[in-house]
Design a protein around this ligand. Structure first.
Ligand SMILES: *Cc1c(COP(=O)(O)O)cnc(C)c1O
Length: 371
């Protein structure tokens, strides 16, 4: 059993993906070829966002977003400490300061009710993460941003395809950044990412920053990066798009089935909450357990691969600790000790899923006996 099954997906899409890759090899425009714009248009149409800019990765997307809003050294960005390091990394890289706000213990997304108390005159932006594929409380976050003249940047690396009050993730804030890392819900065959915005001037700034700050060939009007997405990777995304809606349905059906089976098993496992006005694309199917090391070891012994997203709150990571007190963000600390991600992909079979849940129940029993 694989943690993420990308082979079955490729087998299903082989003819289309191979043909699209071959087309790029034939025309030879490996950098900024026609597939880049074609993908940007397809993703803008799918999300409803006015502008899409393809970039080299999800991390690069977050970095370019902060460069586009002109983040300066000393500026503060409010974000969650319970995320992949890249979210805080790009803030620190530009000399900014991540200001952490704890998560809601049942969704693991940033607790919007705690944000406003952290706004200072130096705050420039709020960067919520739509963790595991569920959009954060964007209505509340956008309202706070409007009151204090801040920009909201959704880290949508895990949530492409998710909906929030009928709108698509990547189109629920001024800027959004997603990732096409192979194991994300929509992944390419290498690194890739995209920015989305409703603002034409920001879109133009992002396009320029993507190519070394050029507003015209060899005319550098601002400092940029080498942040383009390869034509070949855009071709892979285009090849995967026709199956994507089916894959999302499949992920949601499998997640619902996981939850039913786990509840029926009676295992001492806490499921994540999904708010009624949105859905989750289950970039990870993550649960919470006590004595996780023992549960994970027992699952591994039973041949069930698992992962931990993420073991340590960023305010405990030496590189990203900012000046936060160690005891801050207690829900984030607790989640880091309890979360466990189970195998998930659109092509996970129900038979394998049955095995995972049976092994999980057994692993919890073993862990409790040894605790
Ligand atoms: C994957 C991920 C990123 C980084 O994306 P890359 O394409 O790997 O650079 C950023 N934030 C979150 C929440 C992620 O899950």
């Amino acid at each position: 059993m694989q943690f993420t099954d990308l082979k079955t997906q490729y087998t299903a899409l082989k003819a289309d993906i191979d043909a699209r890759i071959q087309r790029v090899l034939d025309h030879g425009q490996y950098i900024m070829g026609p597939e880049v714009k074609e993908m940007e248009q397809a993703l803008a149409a799918r999300t409803g966002a006015a502008h899409c800019v393809a970039v080299a990765s999800g991390t690069e997307a977050l970095l370019i977003a902060l460069m586009a809003i002109g983040l300066k050294p000393g500026d503060e960005v409010i974000t969650t400490p319970f995320t992949f390091a890249a979210t805080a990394e790009v803030i620190v890289l530009l000399g900014g300061k991540p200001v952490y706000v704890d998560i809601q213990p049942d969704t693991c997304n940033i607790d919007a009710a705690l944000i406003e108390a952290k706004v200072t005159p130096r705050t420039r932006a709020i960067m919520p993460v739509s963790l595991y594929g569920q959009v954060a409380d964007m209505d509340a976050i956008n309202a706070i941003a409007a009151r204090h003249n801040l920009v909201v940047i959704e880290d949508a690396a895990q949530s492409f395809g998710a909906t929030y009050q009928g709108k698509q993730s990547c189109n629920v804030s001024t800027i959004a950044a997603t990732s096409f890392f192979p194991s994300k819900p929509l992944g390419c065959y290498g690194d890739g990412g995209a920015l989305f915005t409703i603002d034409a001037a920001l879109a133009q700034a992002m396009r320029e920053i993507r190519v070394h700050g050029q507003s015209g060939r060899y005319h550098h009007t601002r400092v940029g990066v080498g942040g383009r997405m390869d034509t070949l990777q855009c071709a892979v995304i285009l090849g995967k798009l026709p199956r994507f809606s089916w894959e999302l349905e499949r992920r949601q059906a499998l997640a619902a089935r996981y939850s039913r089976l786990i509840l029926a098993s009676g295992a001492p496992v806490q499921l994540l909450a999904v708010r009624p006005d949105r859905d989750c694309v289950w970039a990870q199917y993550t649960v919470m357990v006590d004595n996780r090391p023992a549960v994970q070891a027992a699952l591994q012994a039973a041949g069930v691969p698992t992962a931990v997203h993420y073991p340590k709150s960023l305010h405990h990571q030496p590189a990203y600790a900012a000046d936060c007190c160690p005891d801050c963000n207690p829900h984030s600390i607790a989640a880091g000790q309890r979360v466990l991600s189970l195998p998930m992909s659109a092509d996970l079979t129900e038979a394998d899923q049955d095995r995972v849940v049976a092994a999980l129940a057994q692993a919890c029993a073993t862990a409790m006996a040894t605790a």
